[in-house]
Design a protein around this ligand. Structure first.
Ligand SMILES: C[S@@+](CC[C@H](N)C(=O)[O-])C[C@H]1O[C@@H](n2cnc3c(N)ncnc32)[C@H](O)[C@@H]1O
Length: 223
């Protein structure tokens, strides 16, 4: 089912308060998240700006800030952004759509995006990767996570609220193919088992990828 951004925003508006409570400080319980975010913070090496796309209530941006990364957050849901601004008053958050980013080409140093593609169809994942690639600066880094698999889980209830939304899982072959097609290079995908009792019991993946540094055109006469 195509999940239009308005529907997704409505779902996260509905669960914003509960979502913020449930996921506050979640990286404290997930050592691999912290390791991957630390690796990302070193890779971006002070590159600017850095954005958390699909930031939710801002815990990933918040953790990156503790590592010294000047990061801002973007999300579709106004209510979830209200939570993010309350919990992390020193971080800038704004509304936006990953599928149609209001950023110039080559303007962003690093993008982190944790589980923001979970509601996208395969076509929307391709569109999201094209958009992220477009806005990244040459040499810019992406760190993205997803649930591994090929199933779709439909939820009528989430965090005690009535909703109507699909959560999509993706195979690593599919994600790798889409990233390559969008132009990304240096693609590294790290998979892990779930942390029992801490999170939904699915296998997860962390993707690192880079936008290639523009090559200088060869001068006449050089071989
Ligand atoms: C599963 S939550 C993940 C939130 C947070 N990154 C985390 O790890 O908990 C998905 C988030 O992505 C946002 N989102 C979904 N589609 C989006 C889109 N097209 N553009 C921007 N944000 C989007 C939702 O509003 C929601 O906050």
């Amino acid at each position: 089912m195509q999940q239009d951004p308005e529907r997704i925003a409505k779902v996260y508006d509905t669960v914003a308060v509960q979502y913020a409570k449930e996921f506050e400080g979640e990286h404290e319980k997930k050592p691999k998240d912290r390791e991957m975010l630390e690796k990302f913070s070193k890779e971006t090496k002070g590159g600017r700006p850095v954005w958390d796309f699909g930031c939710g209530p801002g815990h990933t941006a918040g953790y990156l800030k503790t590592l010294g990364v000047e990061v801002s957050g973007l999300d579709l849901s106004e209510k979830i952004l209200e939570q993010a601004r309350t919990i992390h008053p020193k971080i800038h958050f704004r509304k936006g759509n990953i599928l149609d980013l209001e950023f110039e080409n080559d303007s962003i140093g690093g993008v982190v995006s944790f589980y923001a593609i979970v509601h996208f169809t395969k076509e929307q994942v391709k569109q999201a990767f094209r958009e992220i690639f477009r806005v990244l600066q040459p040499g810019g880094s992406l760190l993205l996570t997803y649930h591994i698999g090929d199933e779709t889980i439909h939820l009528d209830e989430f965090l005690g609220k009535k909703i109507d939304i699909d959560f999509m899982f993706f195979t690593t072959d599919f994600i790798t193919g889409c990233l390559k097609k969008s132009g990304f290079e240096k693609i590294e995908i790290i998979e892990r088992d779930p942390y029992p009792g801490v999170e939904y019991e699915s296998r997860r993946a962390y993707v690192f990828a880079k936008k290639p540094v523009a090559r200088k055109p060869l001068k006449r006469g050089t071989t």
